[in-house]
Ligand binder design. Structure first.
Ligand code: PEP
Ligand code: MN
Length: 367
């Protein structure tokens, strides 16, 4: 991916401190689009208007987009309000229809960027229009190379207006995010491709409204290039993604409350401290999850000891653990004293949980 054109040179709307793409998740009707566009126009936020024309739904039987007629509504939005338009495309036919209707940004969604065949099919038709601006959302699974590969396919078609969109990653594990951001992935992407602009899509990361500003601020702190945020004239009644969409007025408040940090939008992630802290945050969560997993096993052993009338403290076993872990830690260059205190604390907490089990108390009371 060489010769990428920075987003500021794509359209004047992006020559701002916070380049913004906003509009409803789905194009539901002409009225809904026109009302949302009118309210967005009133905010005076420079933005590219988005709306989903073809909606990839997890299960069949729900609204899958308005298709071709929505492209006509979007032409009207463009001519009446002067907004440039961005939509998701998933097939070569979508690309051809979208280009036919003067769509300014085509983005490849998370369920499409995951499939190299689909991305290649899209790249092949894009080759006829090298001026087209294209954004590539991360694949639903946290596979950086798949994301990079999708963008390389688009670049291979001769497109130079390419940007990435970070929308978080699907997970089976319970999370307070709809799609956990796993910030280390966009950070690594930026490290490998410093000239690539990366937008953040807090709407699909959060899945709900109340964390949108936190994630948007985090994206700015990491010097991401812009934001994609879903907005709707009447979010609660939206046909798709109702919980995460905001009114245009709330969008304006959210954007106005964001702090733009120094050196942002110079084409590089320029806040190394924020990057490193993000990595630390993720590692801390991993450590806690592992400790939680370990305590779960400690509890099972506690139940077994109780059932079989075995003493909780098994000194031999503990001595074995300490010398084994100290040797591993030593090889890793970890401080001996730290290892000792750390292991002792874990042991203490484990004994305490098993004692609670023996006495039929809630384990957390003792830890
Ligand atoms: C969308 O932007 O409405 C969308 C479907 O997003 P994603 O591909 O990130 O799920
Ligand atoms: Mn959506």
């Amino acid at each position: 991916m060489k010769n990428l054109i920075p987003i500021q040179q794509w359209f004047p709307e992006f020559e701002t401190e916070i380049p913004l793409i906003s509009g409803p998740c789905s194009a539901e009707s002409e009225l809904q689009l026109m009302q949302t566009a009118a309210e967005l126009a009133k905010t005076d936020l420079p933005l590219v208007f988005r709306a989903g024309v073809w909606k990839p739904r997890t299960k069949p039987g729900s609204f899958e987009g308005s298709g071709l007629k929505a492209l006509k509504w979007l032409e009207k939005v463009k001519s009446e309000f002067g907004f440039r338009i961005g939509i998701e495309v998933a097939t070569d036919e979508h690309v051809l229809m979208a280009m036919d209707h003067g769509i300014d940004i085509l983005w490849i969604g998370a369920r499409t960027s995951v499939n190299p065949f689909s991305v290649q099919e899209i790249a092949d038709v894009l080759a006829s229009n090298p001026e087209q601006a294209v954004m590539v959302k991360n694949p639903i699974n946290p596979d950086l190379n798949l994301w990079i590969g999708a963008m390389q396919r688009i670049a291979g078609a001769g497109i130079s207006k390419i940007a990435a969109i970070h929308r978080g990653f699907s997970t089976w594990e319970k999370s307070s995010f709809r799609n956990p951001p796993m910030w280390e992935l966009p950070i690594e992407l930026k490290r490998q491709f410093p000239n690539l602009d990366i937008f953040c899509d807090p709407s699909h990361i959060c899945g709900v409204r109340d964390t949108l500003s936190y994630v948007s601020q985090k994206a700015l702190d990491l010097s991401m290039s812009g934001l994609m945020l879903e907005s709707h004239t009447n979010p609660d009644d939206a046909w798709t993604d109702a919980k995460q969409q905001v009114t245009p007025t709330d969008l304006q408040t959210l954007i106005n409350n964001l702090q733009v940090r120094k050196n942002q939008s110079d084409g590089s992630f320029s806040v190394p401290l924020a990057e490193l802290r993000t990595e630390i945050d993720a590692i801390d969560v991993d450590i806690l999850k592992k400790i939680q997993q370990r305590m779960g096993i400690v509890d099972k052993i506690g139940e077994y000891k109780k059932e079989h009338n075995i003493a909780i403290l098994q000194v031999n076993r503990w001595d074995e653990i300490v010398s084994d872990r100290m040797a591993i830690g030593n090889k890793m260059g970890l401080d001996k004293n730290f290892m000792k205190v750390f292991l002792e604390q874990i042991h203490k907490a484990s004994i305490s949980r098993q004692t609670s089990i023996l006495n039929n108390e809630s384990a957390s009371e003792n830890v």
